[in-house]
Design a protein around this ligand. Structure first.
Ligand code: GLC
Length: 554
């Protein structure tokens, strides 16, 4: 299939390798157990050497951290625990100096309850212009509808009445996430203005793009009707990894107006400023609507992320996503991990039908670490060979597994508390990165904000630096060869193979092979081996790939 290109060649993200920095856990330069902006600046060369074209930085704004920074108290500043606006400027200019772009995380569905607007709204009382910026409703007894929070429990919290007067009682506000994250009302003009101001502010500072948090959630169905799926996503079925967000709070058509408005703002700065959608929507044709030319530039390919080690489904998803994105002229993104899901090196260590949606903790079935890593690297190599843009989640270049034995009392994800300790949540993929090989301090001082397992220093970047066999050097080789063969701009064509569980693809001069079986597989032909994730040898008539292994052949 030939990729349809949009006319504008400024679209650097089309083939970019984009690295997600989760600032709290990336690199700590003052030993307080939290990452900081100085820590990101310190690692610009590391990222450049890794072959990264852009970094996406998860929220770094002032925040009470009820949801690790996705509860923003001020959209125009930096969390003092992380640094300052001057450091943000320096970070951007240092990244630009090595040719790396910077994407930041915009959180437009909700603010923190400590945002001055929400505090004003509470003080102003019902039917005030201040309350009109959020979703306040009156209801006696029960909440205004049956919606459940994504983190468990109801999506409504009751407002303390300002006075003893009848009309002040029985008011509620909506929060699709934690109670500390009240949802904005996107019918309100002030809210539009806040975010167009925000986009201009950060574009003026030099950022190249925005990752749009909960991009499918901003507009709710008129009249806020009940959710027919029921009110508890953890009990009512969303645990099925193949089912995405639906219901009256998600993927409403009106949301697209907002992104057209934003695209126009970004165009004031040029077509090279990008937007990437976090939109967990079904089917892929709905996802494609977010990346029409007059809206966003990319959307995370969550179908691919969720697919797991399932060859037939993987083929279908690859075909579908290439087709749907091609239809609207947008590039495909390939994503395996992020800060919301169990790391793929651990997901692949389970039977493919085993769900890891609720996180993993003490007492749960544990992944096969060795198998997970082998499959994880194979899938990563295959992924990096596909045309389009690739995302790396920090730490995967060190081969980090999910932390699956974190003490429950160390957990910070609001999901754990709000589900009455049923759903462990996402802390296991957010543990601070190990930079140094010192078991007593891998770089986050004696008290990292989430505890590191005892063997964490064995994954330290410092230890992997000069080891030619390390995962870190494998990642470096992969990005360098991907660039050398221009695979990101390439083509895609399936190559027939007599076992459906061996995926073979031609991208330009390179043949990608992924052996998803538990037996060796021979790829027939005269090839040289460009890179392999495991054992891969010339045999008579072809190249033999070990079980759970991928290779690029030329
Ligand atoms: C997105 C973020 C997630 C956060 C949620 C609420 O899904 O990726 O980490 O908890 O939005 O902002």
């Amino acid at each position: 299939m030939n990729m349809v290109m949009r006319s504008d060649l400024d679209q650097w993200w089309r083939n970019a390798v984009i690295y997600q920095v989760y600032p709290r856990s990336f690199n700590d330069t003052n030993g307080d157990g939290l990452g900081d902006l100085a820590g990101i600046i310190e690692k610009i060369d590391y990222l450049h050497e890794l072959g990264v074209d852009a970094i996406w930085i998860s929220p770094f704004y002032p925040s009470p951290q009820a949801d690790a920074g996705y509860d923003v108290a001020d959209y125009f500043d930096i969390n003092p625990e992380y640094g300052s606006l001057d450091e943000a400027r320096e970070l951007i200019s240092r990244a630009h100096a090595v040719g790396m772009k910077v994407i930041i995380d915009v959180v437009p569905n909700h603010s923190s309850d400590q945002h001055e607007w929400f505090q004003e709204a509470l003080r102003a009382g019902h039917d005030s212009p201040e309350r009109a910026r959020y979703i306040f409703r009156h209801s006696v007894g029960e909440p205004p509808n049956n919606w459940g929070s994504m983190f468990g429990g109801p999506a409504w919290s009751k407002v303390e009445p300002l006075t003893g007067r009848e009309e002040d009682r029985d008011w509620w506000y909506l929060h699709l996430f934690a109670p500390e994250q009240p949802d904005f009302d996107w019918n309100n003009a002030d809210v539009h203005q806040l975010f167009t101001d925000y986009l201009r502010f950060w574009c003026d500072l030099g950022v190249d793009g925005f990752r749009v948090d909960v991009a499918h959630g901003l507009v709710k169905a008129d009249g806020l009707p009940d959710d027919l799926r029921g009110s508890d996503r953890w009990v009512d079925g969303d645990r099925d990894p193949d089912v995405f967000d639906s219901g009256p709070m998600f993927d409403q058509d009106g949301v697209h107006e907002i992104y057209r408005e934003w695209r126009n703002v970004l165009n004031e700065y040029g077509r090279d400023r990008m937007l990437v959608a976090e939109a967990w929507v079904d089917p892929p044709s709905r996802g494609a609507l977010y990346v029409r030319e007059e809206e966003m530039s990319q959307a995370f390919n969550f179908d691919y992320l969720k697919c797991g080690w399932r060859p037939a489904r993987l083929r279908t998803i690859i075909d579908q996503t290439l087709r749907e994105m091609n239809n609207v002229g947008a590039p495909v993104t390939w994503v395996l991990s992020n800060h919301d899901v169990v790391r793929h090196t651990s997901r692949f260590g389970f039977d493919p039908e085993h769900s890891t949606e609720a996180g993993i903790g003490l007492g749960d079935p544990q992944p096969d670490r060795e198998l997970g890593l082998r499959r994880g690297l194979a899938m990563t190599l295959f992924t990096f060979g596909l045309p389009g843009s690739v995302y790396i989640y920090q730490g995967e270049e060190l081969g980090l597994p999910e932390v699956t034995d974190m003490p429950d009392d160390a957990r910070q994800d609001p999901t754990w508390l709000r589900t009455g300790y049923q759903v462990r949540g996402r802390d296991g993929c957010r543990v601070p990165l190990p930079w140094k090989a010192n078991p007593a301090d891998t770089g986050f001082g004696a008290h990292p904000w989430l505890p590191q397992p005892a063997d964490w220093h064995e994954f330290a970047a410092e230890r992997q630096e000069d080891d030619p066999q390390s995962v870190l050097n494998f990642y470096r080789a992969m990005t360098a060869r991907r660039r050398h063969y221009d695979l990101g701009h390439g083509d895609f064509e399936w190559v027939a193979y007599d076992n459906n569980e061996v995926l073979v693809v031609r991208n330009g001069k390179i043949t990608l092979a992924l052996n998803m079986t538990s037996e060796p597989a021979v790829i027939p032909g005269q090839y040289s081996i460009v890179i392999a994730s495991g054992t891969c040898d010339h045999v008579s008539g072809g190249v033999e790939l070990a079980a759970n292994t991928a290779a690029w052949l030329s």
